[in-house]
Design a protein around this ligand. Structure first.
Ligand code: MF3
Ligand code: CO
Ligand code: CO
Length: 271
């Protein structure tokens, strides 16, 4: 049986952070965002994805950080690189990117124990209109989700805004992966869904830290994980896109810890 006090205990399991904690996340988010900025000119036709991984690892170490994904649950790399029909957790390898690919790069930097987790879509050279359209829809869906973040709204409000927009564009929202609480712990409570009903789920409170990271498909939402245990792909092999920010709830709205200081959260293709 659930009583009101059970509910309070459970809702309290979403950590509430202090001003000092915001300062910690600001630093970690900045290094992660700067890392994705740094990669922009390197995401070109012919680049090996393992070379991008090396650049990201060196960048994070040079900035006093640790790559959170390296050795996380046996993962052997700094970033996840997920082109085209790969939904998430693509493993860097000797494979090269090709003109026309759209590719997500997801990085998490640890600075002083705080985790800055962010990802973006990069266009490799010239991409087809339907690929660009999917990337546009994905950025618009995260923008609409983030717009819902303020004390008193709920996690369901974020989810609903993302889902309604993506589906209005005849795209689908991946159900099998979600955002998460973030901070000193990489993947903390709560699960941050990208689909659901407005007004449902925990109420947002000042000091909550979490990620919003919708994965949007041109086709059906179904995914499968390949035999490597990581790579998630669309079952129907249609294109998938994702972008991610780490955020904190403020008095009046949201602070985006992983904003690009150069304004390149959505990078233009490198020449
Ligand atoms: N950065 C991913 C996220 O957004 C997690 C990747 S875990 C890894 O939560 F081990 F695959 F790197
Ligand atoms: Co994340
Ligand atoms: Co991430």
């Amino acid at each position: 049986m659930n009583t009101d006090s059970d509910y309070l205990i459970r809702s309290e399991s979403i950590r509430i952070h202090t001003e000092e904690d915001f300062a910690g996340m600001r630093k970690a988010g900045r290094v992660a965002a700067d890392c994705l900025d740094m990669l922009i000119p390197h995401v070109v036709p012919g680049v090996k994805t393992s070379d991008l991984d090396d650049l990201a690892r060196e960048f994070i170490m040079d900035h006093g950080g640790l790559p959170a994904c390296l050795y996380y649950r046996g993962y052997q790399n700094t970033v996840c690189i997920s082109p085209n029909h790969i939904v998430c957790h693509g493993i860097p390898s000797e494979k090269t990117l090709r003109e026309g690919d759209i590719v997500n790069i997801d990085v998490t930097a640890i600075i002083d124990g705080w985790h800055g987790d962010t990802s973006r879509m990069y266009e490799v050279g010239d991409v087809a209109p339907r690929s660009r359209r999917l990337v546009d829809i994905t950025y618009e869906s995260i923008r609409l989700g983030l717009e819902q973040i303020k004390p008193g709204n709920t996690f369901g409000d974020i989810a609903h805004a993302i889902q309604v927009f993506a589906e209005s564009q005849r795209c689908s929202v991946v159900r099998d992966f979600c955002g998460h609480g973030v901070g000193k712990i990489f993947h903390d409570n709560p699960n941050v869904l990208h689909f659901g009903r407005a007004g449902t789920g925990p109420v947002l409170q000042k000091g909550m830290f979490f990620t919003v990271e919708p994965m949007i498909n041109l086709g059906k939402p179904d995914v499968k994980v390949l035999n490597d245990g990581w790579t998630a792909v669309t079952r129907d092999k249609t294109l998938s896109a994702q972008c991610e920010h780490s955020v904190g709830v403020t008095d009046t709205g949201v602070e985006i810890f992983t904003a690009s200081v150069t304004g390149q959260f959505r990078p233009q293709p490198a020449k």
